[in-house]
Design a binder for this molecule. Structure first.
Ligand SMILES: Cc1ncc(COP(=O)(O)O)c(C=O)c1O
Length: 403
């Protein structure tokens, strides 16, 4: 038996919605995109939602909207996917890396504060070239679907006058609260801009796609404008009888709009997102129960966070094992269990390492954790047999290789 790393949950509902959009004759941005934006904003409790063709586009537009420019420093995690930092480079700005929390793998507020204090006092920080402007923007990221320390990120944003942008590629839905008894706050309306991904393996998918949410009217207007060539007015309406052929280009924008075909898929998925989430939670619970006694640190949900369970990423206790992470993953592969690693820290990737003269030990938590990380399959609709195959294979492999 083989088990995929992920399998999108596509039902007749998604197929019918996509067929209806194809039959409507309106393929690109149109009424379904507008409806998807409206319902998404309502779901996460944000004033505006802008549907885009990726989360990367959302992150790029967010930085553009807050005015990031050449030589600006932007705080980003090193423990993240390429997109979080590459968008900083689109502006010839400087990614200022920060380390991750050793348990959650989300950006560590202590590391962020240390970077800010050093740079604001004119001291150095790893990889930051002289002349870089002190950061005005913090891009955070919720690892695997577990919300980071939002209270502390917001405090840092207040203390250092930073714009807070969330890379929430993994968190639909997820929530957090100030303590175990406070009311929940959904991810999506809690910072200046929140950026979601609907890539094929995400909690809800449009194949490729993303959404930016914000409560700020000016930021929303700028992002919308720049998402479609910098064309003013409702440019997407120009071929409808409510629109006009006339538009003006007021900025050199991008081509980041979502299609109606993708939004049709998104609407069906959004309608099912609570069910999809419940299924992921159930899979996570079963994985945790079955893997509890092994030389692994397992992901968990603290009482002040709701996990989306996009990923089920474990940390191997290598000191209790005779094999390394790569051998473990090779053995899983040989037994038909698909897997991944999230992630090799960005400061250790050739581009950033060479361009900014970074050393692995500059961010020691991320550097020491990454050889221990392994992501196991988790998805809505995972069968009991698939789950049993994963847990029994992992358990047998680890038990056979105990020190
Ligand atoms: C943390 C993170 N940010 C951003 C992205 C980029 O998302 P997209 O593929 O929608 O651009 C991903 C994709 O997996 C991600 O994991």
């Amino acid at each position: 038996m083989t088990v995929p790393f992920f399998r999108p949950s596509i039902t007749e509902l998604e197929i019918e919605e996509v067929l209806a959009s194809l039959r409507s004759g309106w393929l690109t941005t149109g009424p379904r995109v507008k409806e998807f934006e409206r319902r998404f904003a309502e779901t996460v409790g944000a004033k505006h939602a802008i549907a885009l063709n990726s989360c990367t586009a959302a992150l790029h537009l967010a930085l553009e909207a807050v005015g990031v420019g050449r030589g600006d420093g932007v705080l980003v995690p090193t423990m993240t996917f390429a997109a979080t930092a590459e968008v900083v480079r689109y502006f010839d700005a400087v990614p200022i890396f920060v380390d991750c929390d050793p348990v959650t793998l989300c950006p560590d507020p202590t590391s962020i504060r240390a970077a800010l204090e050093a740079l604001n006092a004119g001291r150095t920080w790893p990889g930051v070239p002289p002349g870089t402007k002190p950061p005005r923007v913090l891009v955070t990221m919720h690892y695997g679907g577990l919300v980071g320390a939002m209270g502390e990120y917001r405090r840092l944003a207040d203390d250092f006058n930073l714009q807070l942008i969330e890379d929430a590629a993994h968190t639909m839905p997820a929530a957090f609260r100030a303590d175990a008894t406070a009311p929940w706050e959904a991810v999506g309306g809690a910072s200046l801009v929140t950026c979601f991904s609907f890539y094929a393996n995400k909690c809800i998918t449009t194949g490729e796609g993303g959404m930016a949410t914000t409560n700020d009217d000016a930021v929303a207007a700028r992002m919308r404008l720049m998402s479609l060539h910098g064309m003013d007015r409702d440019a997407w309406k120009r071929y409808t009888d409510q629109g006009s052929w006339y538009y003006e280009v007021v900025a050199p924008g991008f081509k980041y709009n979502m299609t109606d075909v993708a939004a049709a898929l998104g609407l069906a998925q959004l309608g099912r997102h609570q069910t999809l989430w419940a299924e992921r939670r159930q899979v996570a619970g079963r994985l945790t129960a079955a893997l509890a006694d092994l030389p692994l640190e397992l992901p968990f949900e603290p009482p002040d966070r709701q996990h989306s369970w996009h990923l089920y990423s474990v940390k191997l206790r290598l000191n209790e094992l005779r094999i390394g992470r790569d051998q473990f993953l090779d053995a899983l592969k040989a037994r038909g269990i698909a897997h991944s690693v999230h992630w090799q820290p960005l400061h250790m990737m050739p581009y950033y390492r060479e361009r900014y003269a970074l050393r692995a030990e500059d961010f020691p938590v991320a550097a020491s954790l990454w050889p221990r990380l392994a992501s196991l399959p988790i998805f809505a609709g995972m069968t009991t047999d698939e789950l049993a195959e994963v847990t029994s294979t992992v358990a047998a492999l680890l038990r056979a290789n105990l020190r």
